[in-house]
Design a protein around this ligand. Structure first.
Ligand code: ZN
Ligand code: ZN
Length: 301
């Protein structure tokens, strides 16, 4: 793509042209490109803010522009407007950002004076904004100490380069914070997996021969019963299993439960066959197991 050879100014001009032609997707793509290439350029962030559609993303972009220069008028005004439209919790977070920025400006008005008006400070004619602000605020990525950046994770505040950050629904986050949030969602302990496996195994070992027997009574028509019973029994089993582990969630619970259930089913059916001399209709039991297991997997996943 010839895009790679464009200067930042040309890239921003193309993005603005796409926006003026109503091609929002292309404008968004080009502005995003510009922010990736020059994360310290507030014009790129303001452009991206105008091109993205969700207010969360807009907010993240304006916050980046404000981080580059806390006295950026356009970003300030836009954030105030977003705050007035946002839910109370978000509005107060935005207000905090704004008052932090105001405090920075108040502490050193001379330093931030140059870019006070929206038109003066965010010209697109400069790849790095060699303003006193940018020069004084050069940050280095926490993971790549040699890489300069102006991005910060909006959760932990750590400076991160474009490789170490992801644009989530709630703005720019470092990968550690994203993983941590997933870990708080997946709150299971190791012992939960043992309990999960044991409960699943025992339930299956008891239920499989009984259900196999009931289904087989109906002979050929057992598969109809399997269709009816599968999801219901699966749902009940999933509830029992989840309760047994205090409703905690784990990344691999669905898989562990299914393996334990298959083993339990095998043992249960074999014991049933040996003790009772009875072997269930495998087609019907297979249909039942498939429906029950997919229900359990969907619940525990
Ligand atoms: Zn973080
Ligand atoms: Zn990095």
């Amino acid at each position: 793509m010839e895009e790679a050879t464009l200067t930042l100014t040309e890239l921003l001009a193309e993005a603005a042209a796409a926006a003026s032609l109503g091609d929002r997707a292309e404008a968004e793509r080009l502005f995003r490109r510009a922010t990736e290439r020059s994360p310290g350029n507030s014009a790129a962030w303001l452009g991206l803010a105008s091109a993205v559609s969700s207010s969360e993303e807009k907010r993240a972009c304006y916050e980046q522009a404000l981080a580059i220069n806390p006295n950026n008028g356009e970003a300030r005004i836009a954030l105030q407007r977003l705050a007035s439209l946002a839910a109370p919790e978000q509005a107060s977070a935005i207000q905090t950002t704004l008052s932090n920025a105001a405090a920075l400006v108040a502490a050193d008005p001379a330093r931030y004076a140059t870019a006070a008006s929206p038109s003066a400070g965010n010209g697109a004619n400069d790849d790095h904004e060699h303003s006193p602000v940018a020069a004084g605020q050069v940050l280095f990525c926490a993971n790549h100490p040699e890489t300069e950046t102006t991005l910060r994770c909006n959760r932990c505040g750590k400076p991160v380069c474009v490789k170490c950050v992801e644009l989530t629904d709630v703005g720019y986050r470092c990968k550690d914070c994203i993983r941590q949030q997933q870990d708080t969602f997946f709150n299971a302990e190791t012992k939960d997996y043992f309990v999960l496996a044991l409960v699943s195994f025992v339930l299956a070992a008891i239920a499989a021969p009984i259900i196999g027997y009931v289904i087989s009574i109906f002979g050929f028509f057992g598969w109809i019963l399997a269709f009816v019973l599968g999801p219901t029994v699966g749902g009940t089993a999933a509830t029992i299993i989840r309760r047994s582990i205090g409703r905690r969630r784990g990344r691999y619970m669905g898989v562990v439960a299914i393996i334990a259930i298959l083993l339990g089913t095998l043992i249960g059916v074999l014991i049933g066959a040996m003790v009772l001399g009875f072997f269930p209709n495998l087609l019907a039991l297979g249909i039942f197991a498939f429906l029950a297991l997919s229900t359990i997997y969907a619940t525990l996943r």
